[in-house]
Design a protein around this ligand. Structure first.
Ligand code: FNR
Length: 179
């Protein structure tokens, strides 16, 4: 079976820069690596520990979310920053897998893209703390914040800036190194 990288966007927005960027990065995967996206964070119910442990009560969207994470060999999250934090829909999705443990030992890359000069670095940092607590494996150089993202990511989703391309190539290389 070919190794799978699962892409997760922290933005639900149709025209999201982060989602476009994630698709672009998906197209940069090395030969023999399958990339697909989880695109239904909005289907997840609000996290409630009362429904966390009983398989008979597992919501269908939660089941799919957990199964896709489990089946992935690596994860790539690309997220905006909302009010200096991780967007609620993404944090909610992560809360569903704290105790079920799908991130344990999972190679994970984290990207934040923002039109602001700091590139969503605070959300990136916060997300990294959360994932580390969940025992995800975040290799050095697998976290990148992309400032001025509305200029860096074209309307067609293409990235041409040499510096950004180089850090993305490097991020993919460190993420898929173990395959
Ligand atoms: C933002 N934005 C933003 N940007 C940032 O760098 N730091 C922040 O704290 C915030 N806060 C924030 C809150 C809310 C509610 C919104 C809607 C937006 C701007 C954000 O980076 C911009 O809208 C991006 O384009 C969002 O990413 P997507 O949806 O294009 O991927």
């Amino acid at each position: 079976r070919l190794p799978v990288v699962l892409g997760i966007s922290g933005s639900l927005r149709k025209q999201s820069t982060n989602t476009r960027l994630l698709s672009f990065i998906g197209g940069m995967m090395p030969e023999g690596v399958v990339f697909h996206m989880h695109d239904d964070l909005a289907a997840l119910p609000h996290f409630n520990p009362d429904f966390d442990h009983d398989p008979a009560q597992e919501d269908e969207a939660v089941h799919i979310w957990r199964a896709q994470l489990k089946a992935a060999d690596a994860i790539m999250i690309c997220t905006p920053e909302y009010a200096r934090g991780v967007p609620g829909s993404l944090k909610n999705a992560l809360d569903w897998v704290v105790s079920s443990g799908e991130f344990v030992g999972k190679p994970t890359a984290v990207i934040s893209a923002s039109p602001h000069p700091d590139g969503g670095a605070i959300a990136l940092h916060s997300l990294t703390l959360t994932l580390t607590m969940m025992s995800a494996v975040i290799p050095d150089e697998a976290t990148v914040s992309i400032p001025f993202a509305s200029k860096i990511v074209g309307a067609d989703g293409l990235v041409t800036d040499a510096g950004t391309l180089s850090s993305l190539k490097n991020l993919i290389q460190v993420l898929t190194r173990a395959f």
